[in-house]
Design a protein around this ligand. Structure first.
Ligand code: PLP
Length: 404
């Protein structure tokens, strides 16, 4: 296990106060705080390297290109992708999934074809498919879940038919914390000849991911949720599928030759990367991935599992506590309501105690409908959170409860 106190020193923001109380940051599902190495790497690049990447003849441009492409190799290693051609830089999970829906949709989907998603998807793994449904008349099928927040595997199997062309499912639910058995779900889909996309926004920050071991056909994640900068993310895709898919956006970088008569497109991964990439953010992302890798993804997972177990035990003992998501395999996310205290009131009062949690529907309105609620309070842990912070949260919830 890494030294927690030492690790917390790497994150300057963790030592600040809000309302004259020590900050207890439990909104890691929304975004994580940044270690100094990440921010420093970006500042250094701006101050000493900055130049637009690719095709530049001058020294700085070549150095910036080396850094940017080196970051792609870092992502490849992190995901254990076969090739850097399979690593497409995007603005984040949302853009990755929109790219996928558009381009996969253009290449492979026709009127009446079906895409399977799950009841616990984030809007960014629902709405891009609905946009495609409007454009192409595809049909969305939804894997239901039980009351613990586990996807029903038999029902999942029953959704497949000859029109099923893709499964797109969250690795970890941002509301329930459920760790979905994506490896098994992928194996099942492959046995039916159907590829699978995994939304890894909430898994990559917490556990080791190996896209070859999962045999995922596509995998999306966001830099800012894994201690990296905002505005950068990744779409991994198997090369043989990406090769068959058309560009998502047009512009510089993604072309080979342009004429008014005929334009040809660049090879992978650049075919999908129109315009100047955020090459400073890719440096930050690579440093974030190196940072968590050095701590050890398995150590991070073990620490957060212990925190979650500790928090669940204490929170379940609070009278009138309702926790949404009690799957056997659960990640570091706890969504709850207490009695009939509105989630917004709970969140606002916890905030006054220095505790940052998220409230609302968490961009998963269909899941809220399934649960029959409007919203929850959500505490989500990161690699730097401590048991003492869980104690502060539990004391805070009890205090708010006593006020009502
Ligand atoms: N998918 C899941 C499961 C998420 O939790 C989130 C963000 O909360 C997203 C997708 C979208 O990520 P981003 O806003 O970074 O694009």
């Amino acid at each position: 296990m890494y030294n927690l106190e030492q690790v917390r020193q790497d994150f300057p923001i963790l030592s600040r106060e809000v309302y004259k109380r020590p900050l207890v940051y439990l909104d890691n599902g929304a975004t994580t705080q940044k270690p100094r190495v990440v921010v420093d790497s970006m500042v250094n690049e701006y101050y000493s390297v900055n130049a637009n990447v690719h095709r530049g003849v001058h020294f700085l441009s070549q150095q910036a290109t080396e850094l940017h492409e080196g970051s792609r190799e870092t992502v490849r290693r992190f995901l254990n992708a076969r090739s850097i051609n399979e690593v497409i830089f995007t603005r984040g999970t949302t853009e990755s999934l929109n790219l996928l829906a558009y381009s996969f949709g253009e290449a492979f989907l026709n009127q009446g074809d079906e895409v399977i998603v799950s009841a616990m998807e984030h809007h960014s793994n629902i709405v891009p498919w609905q946009l495609l449904a409007d454009r192409k008349g595809i049909v969305l099928r939804v894997i239901p879940m039980n009351d613990k927040g586990e996807l029903l595997q038999e029902e999942y199997h029953n959704l497949f038919n000859e029109r099923t062309k893709l499964v797109s499912v969250a690795h970890v639910s941002n509301v329930l914390g459920t760790i979905n058995p994506v490896k098994e779900m992928i194996a099942y889909a492959h046995a039916q000849g159907v590829p699978v996309a995994v939304d890894g926004a909430q898994s990559t920050p917490h556990m080791a991911v190996d896209v070859q071991d999962l045999d995922a056909d596509f995998f999306a994640f966001s830099g800012h949720k894994i201690y990296g900068p905002t505005g950068v993310g990744v779409l991994y895709g198997k090369e043989e599928l990406l090769e068959k898919m058309p560009p998502y956006q047009g512009g510089g970088e993604m072309i080979q030759r342009v004429s008014f008569e005929k334009t040809t497109y660049n090879h992978l991964p650049f075919k999908f990367e129109a315009g100047t990439p955020d090459y400073i953010a890719t440096t930050g992302l690579a440093n974030a991935l190196d940072y968590v890798t050095a701590l050890g993804m398995d150590q991070i997972f073990a620490h957060e599992q212990e925190l979650t177990r500790y928090a669940m035990e204490q929170m379940l003992a609070i009278p009138d506590m309702h926790i949404y998501g009690q799957a056997a395999h659960k990640d570091a996310v706890i969504s709850f309501n207490v009695g009939n205290i509105h989630h917004l009131d709970m969140g606002t009062l916890l905030d006054r105690l220095g505790i940052a949690v998220r409230t609302g529907h968490h961009c998963a309105e269909p899941l809220m409908h399934r649960l029959g609620i409007e919203g929850t309070v959500r505490a989500s842990f990161g690699l730097y959170n401590t048991k003492e912070e869980v104690d502060v949260l539990v004391a805070g919830i009890n205090r708010v409860r006593n006020m009502f």
